[in-house]
Design a protein around this ligand. Structure first.
Ligand code: FAD
Ligand code: SF4
Length: 516
């Protein structure tokens, strides 16, 4: 009897568990694969147009890859996933559906609770294989509310035997080399050329399709991302050979020149299954063992994948569904329009948001200390910030945006993910980047016409929340800075901060189905 396997668009795995299970139980000749391009999903947000090209082209290439390995694949473009599945099951007379658990909460809830009744055939849901923490679930110390990333990461290192010197000792004797990884960029430094992959026939067809949609943000020109496993692996190899050596020291740096610096730009591929996280980890480990990269760089990169990426996914599943609506600092305003169009005299915000709208990328520290820092200090509604990320960044999906943006970036989850809010004045941005030297505002001024908005908002935030912040041991030194500010200056800062926020334009429109 024929059976079907439904492969979701962010599950473009080399060995898909649902396909393997169906084949094992029924034999390849009975298995039909279905992949669906759903209009409803494509129009959920005004996505960056190249993000749509990346996803749709990677899905189409994956379908072709399966066909050339001898599978029957139905690739259906229709209004919704439910409609696509019904069409396919009817046409193929399938009696059973196999699928792999989605990484996102809403989709997995549908798979678990409603799919079978909606499509009318029995369904087998295989565990998700895109995350290592699905194979080994590290446990917090008993009674501890906060399971910090560092402890989670050490357990993962031990369990998967990554960068270890025996069962308990980390390679090199230390677990953490962060102290060596906070260098600002020197004035003269050349960056390796970014990998670029010429669009083929399939990608050009998708570009035309997306151009024809009256929907989305940003430009579609010069699309040159990898859309096949082969090219994504090439991008990984080039990162390890050309950038990993310098990855560690400049991990937290920012530059108006470019965002990538020595970062890998691989999140967009691993998040859709074109790269395997353990493969990325082993390649970095091997480069260290071969002596071609220093330990602080290899460990820094491995910490991002085996630590942060897995930890965020793990936290997402601990905190959903409440994570979507939590708002500890009571943000009330919509997303400022400047993030949606890049138009502002704030040089750092202008550069970062224009770049995100054009390229779907900015590095970690820009996401944290420029976008989220501003939004937390300015009282922006957490989910509005999350929607901006989901629409604009190529690597953004619910499971990774909510813990990073609402938890880590905005500290709106009551401190479950990060034990302190990541807030700073212009001082930090000035130290870690060259944005301020070309800005209309001054990073040194706290009040007055030229005062940097980060300064106004930061000092006002500390003053307004002084009592609460004082009780957080990690923020003590910041609050102490208020002692040097007179009551009169506090008032002036407050008035100017309120006036600044009142004059800012906000994107009040509904994000869905808009062309900005
Ligand atoms: P690199 O600096 O080269 O890091 C290597 C890899 O580590 C990345 O490719 C990524 O897979 C992984 N990684 C590192 N940190 C994290 C993390 N905190 N969570 C998950 N994976 C991590 N990452 C996303 O994949 N999608 C997002 O939508 C996203 N939104 C973010 C929003 C905020 C506010 C913050 C602070 C971080 C966010 N991150 C997100 C995490 C991180 O910024 C990106 O993974 C990273 O910038 C991607 O660029 P890269 O591949 O060059 O990363
Ligand atoms: Fe950004 Fe302020 Fe520096 Fe201007 S002065 S670049 S707004 S931090």
């Amino acid at each position: 009897q024929p059976v079907s396997v439904w492969i979701l668009g962010d599950q473009l795995l080399e060995n898909h568990p649902a396909l393997q299970a169906a084949e094992r139980e029924h034999g390849r000749e009975q298995v039909h694969i279905v992949m669906i391009e759903s209009d409803e999903r494509i129009h959920q947000l005004p996505y960056q147009r190249q993000k749509l090209v990346l996803l749709l082209s990677a899905m189409r290439h994956y379908a072709d890859e399966l066909r050339s390995s001898g599978y029957e694949v139905d690739y259906i473009c229709t209004s919704s996933f439910a409609d696509g599945l019904k069409q396919h099951l009817k046409q193929r007379h399938s009696t059973h559906l196999y699928t792999m658990a989605a990484s996102e909460y809403d989709a997995r809830t549908i798979q678990e609770k409603h799919l079978e009744s909606a499509i009318g055939v029995p369904t087998t849901l295989l565990p998700n294989s895109q995350f290592l923490v699905e194979q080994f679930n590290p446990h917090p110390e008993t009674g501890s509310k906060h399971y910090i990333m560092e402890n989670f990461y050490r357990q993962m290192r031990k369990h998967f035997n990554v960068l270890m010197d025996g069962p308990d000792e980390p390679a090199g004797g230390k677990w953490n080399y962060d102290a060596m990884n906070r260098e600002p960029l020197p004035k003269k430094l050349d960056f390796p050329e970014k990998p670029s992959y010429k669009p083929d026939k399939i990608t050009n067809e998708v570009i035309k399709l997306v151009e024809g949609m009256r929907h989305g943000v940003g430009n579609i020109q010069n699309f040159d991302l990898a859309v096949t496993r082969e090219n994504a692996n090439d991008a990984l190899e080039r990162f390890v050979n050309e950038r990993l050596r310098e990855f560690g020291p400049y991990e937290d740096a920012m530059s108006s020149q470019e965002s990538e610096l020595f970062h890998s730009q691989l999140s967009l591929y691993v998040n859709i299954g074109l790269l395997d996280p353990m493969d990325m980890i082993r390649q970095a480990e091997k480069a260290y063992n071969d002596g071609s990269v220093p330990l602080n760089s290899a460990e820094g990169f491995i910490r991002q994948i085996l630590g942060w990426r897995e930890y965020m996914y793990w936290q997402y599943w601990q905190l959903m569904p409440d994570l979507k609506t939590t708002n500890t600092w009571g943000g009330k305003r919509a997303m400022p329009l400047m993030f949606w169009n890049g138009e502002t005299e704030m040089n750092c915000v202008s550069h970062v948001s224009k770049r995100v709208l054009e390229t779907g990328y900015s590095n970690h520290i820009e996401r944290l200390m420029i976008v989220c820092n501003f939004c937390l200090l300015a009282g922006i509604r957490p989910y509005d910030v999350a929607e901006w990320f989901l629409a604009c960044y190529f690597d953004a999906y619910d499971w990774v945006v909510l813990p990073n943006v609402i938890g880590m970036g905005l500290n709106a989850d009551g401190g479950r993910i990060a034990t302190k809010p990541y807030i700073s004045s212009a001082n930090y941005i000035n130290k870690m980047s060259n944005y301020c030297s070309e800005c209309h505002y001054s990073p040194k001024e706290r009040t007055g016409e030229k005062a940097c908005p980060y300064n106004l908002l930061y000092w006002d935030f500390l003053a307004q929340n002084e009592e609460l912040l004082r009780s957080n041991p990690r923020l003590g030194p910041n609050v102490l800075g208020l002692r040097n500010i007179s009551e009169q200056e506090r008032k002036a800062i407050h008035q100017q901060a309120v006036a600044f926020l009142d004059h800012l334009k906000y994107y009040e429109g509904k994000a869905k189905d808009e062309t900005l």
